[in-house]
Ligand binder design. Sequence first.
Ligand SMILES: Nc1ncnc2c1ncn2[C@@H]1O[C@H](COP(=O)(O)OP(=O)(O)OP(=O)(O)O)[C@@H](O)[C@H]1O
Ligand SMILES: Nc1nc2c(c(=O)[nH]1)N=C(CO)CN2
Length: 178
Amino acid sequence: MTRVVFSMGSNLGDREAHLKAALRDIAPDAVSEVYETPPWGGDDDQPAYYNIAVIADDPGQDAEGWLALAQRLEEDNGRIRDPERRYGPRTLDVDLIAVFEDDGTPVHGDDPQLLLPHPHAHLRAFVLVPWFAIDRDAELPGRGRVRDLLRDESVAADARALRRLHPIWSGHGDAREP
Ligand SMILES: Nc1ncnc2c1ncn2[C@@H]1O[C@H](COP(=O)(O)OP(=O)(O)OP(=O)(O)O)[C@@H](O)[C@H]1O
Ligand SMILES: Nc1nc2c(c(=O)[nH]1)N=C(CO)CN2
């Protein structure tokens, strides 16, 4: 069994519909409410994002399997990458933030195709705030408790600009209206 923490974001088209479509394919254990978040990364000329954090367990899935799933979800939602814009807009972005073995051991990855834990997660309020909302004891391997990471001055400033909107998931393994 492995446990994955995903960060999902959308800022093109029907943002909520893209997130719901992704949830339908993964049978999550926990899903945060939707947060509206300003673009992070310096490319500010784009719409605000909808972001959620998602936790899922699957007995048969390893880290590579979770990545393949994430990439399929992006493709199914029409993801196009603009090589000129590192942090440009997208219909759906699914990042693996951390993966844990059955006994809680974190999976580490240094292949550029799969960096684990995600190398920028500790800097991103749009990742940390939703994650903390669904797991008060969350810990980002190598960086510390999410509770403490949120106290960083720059992260805390970004966190204040997030707007918590509403639930997106009913808790019954699908993505129906709550
Ligand atoms: N932890 C990870 N989660 C998702 N993709 C990853 C991860 N580590 C490495 N990658 C690789 O990153 C590549 C680029 O992904 P993508 O274009 O979605 O990046 P991004 O979401 O724009 O930026 P960032 O990774 O900083 O969030 C993909 O080919 C993927 O294999
Ligand atoms: N607010 C916000 N900003 C971003 C996001 C995102 O999901 N939300 N994803 C990015 C690339 O992973 C870059 N910037």
